[in-house]
Ligand binder design. Structure first.
Ligand code: SAH
Ligand code: MG
Length: 199
C-alpha cells in the first residue's frame, strides 16, 4: 500500500494531476476516524489518491467516487485494484452533475474536489444525499493563494475561476441551512454541517 501511494504521488507530480496535499489528506483521514464515517461520496476521483487513502483510514469506511475524465477514471480503477480495494471503493465514470444517485442513498461525508467553478452546483445537488449529521467537505478554497486576490489576476479565465471560488465561500458563509468552518490546511478546506440536524 505504501508503495502504491508513493507511486501515485510520483505519477501525479509527473502528469500534473492536482491530488490533495499531504496535510490536507491527513486532515481528512483524521476526520473520518474521529467521526466514525462509514460512507463517503467523493466528487472528483482523479487517479484515486484521496479515495484510496480515505478508504484505508478506517476498517469499515466505503467510498463512492465520481470521475468524468476517462483516462483518469481508468487510472483510478487500476490503482483501486492494485490496492485490493475493489470492495471498499466504487468508481463511477460520469459527470457528477449528470449522475442520478439512488433516492435512498445517504452519505456521512461528501467530499467536493472537482471542477472549482461548479462547487455551488455540486453542493446544492448533493446536500440531499447527506446524512442528518453528515458533513460536506470542500477542497482548494485557497486555490494556490489566489482566492481573495481575484481583482489582481490578469488572466481572465483564471480570474473568473477564482471569483467563482470566492462566490462559493460567500455562499457558505451566508448559508442558513449549513454552518461552515474554514481550515488553513492543504490548499484550504471547509467543513459544512447542518444547523438543524434533520433533512
Ligand atoms: N480528489 C482527487 C483529486 C481530484 S482533481 C485527489 O485528491 O486525489 C479533480 C478531478 O475532478 C479531475 O480528475 C476532473 O476530471 C474531475 N472532475 C471535474 N469536474 C467533474 C465533474 N463535473 N464530474 C466528475 N468529475 C469531475
Ligand atoms: Mg483538490
Amino acid at each position: 500500500m505504501k508503495e502504491l501511494i508513493l507511486e501515485m504521488e510520483e505519477y501525479a507530480k509527473n502528469e500534473n494531476v492536482p491530488i490533495m496535499q499531504k496535510d490536507g489528506i491527513a486532515f481528512l483521514m483524521k476526520y473520518i476516524k474521529a467521526n466514525n464515517i462509514k460512507n463517503v461520496l467523493e466528487i472528483g476521483s482523479a487517479i484515486g489518491y484521496s479515495a484510496i487513502l480515505m478508504a484505508s483510514s478506517s476498517q469499515d469506511v466505503k467510498v463512492t467516487t465520481i470521475e468524468r475524465d476517462e483516462t483518469k477514471y481508468l487510472e483510478c480503477l487500476k490503482n483501486v485494484k492494485k490496492g485490493g480495494l475493489e470492495s471498499k471503493i466504487n468508481v463511477v465514470f460520469q459527470d457528477a452533475l449528470d449522475l442520478n444517485l439512488a433516492e435512498q442513498s445517504e452519505y456521512d461525508l461528501i467530499f467536493i474536489d472537482a471542477a472549482k467553478g461548479q462547487y455551488k452546483k455540486f453542493f446544492e445537488k448533493f446536500k440531499y444525499f447527506l446524512a442528518p449529521n453528515g458533513a460536506i467537505i470542500t477542497d482548494n478554497l485557497k486555490f494556490h493563494g489566489y482566492v481573495g486576490k481575484s481583482e489582481t489576476i490578469e488572466s481572465k479565465n483564471l480570474r473568473q475561476l477564482v471569483e467563482k471560488i470566492e462566490g462559493y465561500i460567500d455562499f457558505l458563509k451566508t448559508n442558513e441551512e449549513f454552518e461552515t468552518k474554514f481550515y488553513d490546511v492543504g490548499d484550504g478546506l471547509s467543513i459544512s454541517t447542518r444547523v438543524n440536524h434533520e433533512k
